[in-house]
Design a protein around this ligand. Structure first.
Ligand code: C5P
Length: 238
């Protein structure tokens, strides 16, 4: 699997982090075809986002359902099967253990749904892991869970730009989806470990998850186009 043939704009996943579907619809309209994928996360999922996902998929858009599933196997399997029916393109699942990952793979069946493992949430540090009884630095756990995800038949993982380079070297034919993107010299807001679109691409990110730099811009479409140009430049520079 490779994103070599995916156009720069189609490598942008825009995070629709808004509380109401009406606001999401307004944003989608403004963005038009300037981005490749619309990400619907937990906030919007619980506010009519699933119906919106289905509607967008029917209209030919790519939808990223950031549902971060984790439960007993039967539940993960059935939830994944239900999500596959919406026509979503990507789904996130916590990559904590083989049982969860295998259940998601069974639930996807022969649908086109791409499964992405959430390895270690980037807000957790070593002391948070130790609270969970895990005595290992976050990056080592990220690498272990990424390998588990690939072994189970997942399509990729979500990883910060800082982790992407280390993962890219070890995992071939595996998608790396990177959030925490900020253009050079812009406001990082509450993100701490940010990378620029150029660095993300150079580190091996296949898709870039971008929220506020696009959604809060005066002209979201122009902001997306500017980022797509930066991605194109980074790809060209190799
Ligand atoms: O607005 P911003 O570009 O910071 O949004 C980033 C998006 O990526 C949000 O939807 C956030 O939930 C998501 N995300 C993240 N960091 C992670 C995983 C997901 O910021 N480690």
């Amino acid at each position: 699997m490779t994103t070599d043939t995916v156009s720069p704009k189609d490598r942008i996943i825009v995070a629709l982090d808004v509380p109401h579907v009406d606001e999401a619809r307004a944003l989608i309209k403004k963005l038009g075809d300037s981005v490749g994928v619309f990400k619907i996360g937990l906030e919007l999922i619980y506010a009519g986002g699933l119906a919106l996902a289905e509607e967008l998929a029917k209209d030919g858009h790519r939808v990223f359902l950031d549902a971060k599933l984790l439960d007993i196997e039967a539940t993960v399997e059935r939830a994944t099967a239900a999500i596959a029916k919406t026509g979503a393109h990507f789904l996130t699942v916590h990559a904590t253990d083989r049982k969860t990952l295998n259940a998601a793979v069974r639930g996807r069946g022969d649908s086109a749904l791409k499964l992405l493992g959430v390895t270690v949430l980037t807000n957790l540090d070593r002391s948070d892991l130790s609270e969970q009884g895990i005595d290992m630095p976050p990056l080592a756990l990220v690498q272990e869970r990424a390998r588990l995800s690939q072994d189970a038949g997942f399509d990729g993982i979500v990883a910060s730009g800082k982790e992407a380079a280390a993962l890219h070297e070890r995992l071939r034919n595996f998608l790396i989806v990177t959030p925490g993107i900020r253009q050079a010299g812009t406001d990082v807001q509450d993100q701490t470990r940010v990378v620029t679109p150029t660095i993300a691409v150079q580190s091996g990110a296949d898709y870039l998850v971008i929220g506020r730099p696009i959604t809060r811009a005066d002209d979201p479409r122009a902001a997306a186009q500017e980022i797509a140009e930066e991605i194109a430049g980074a790809i060209e520079a190799g």
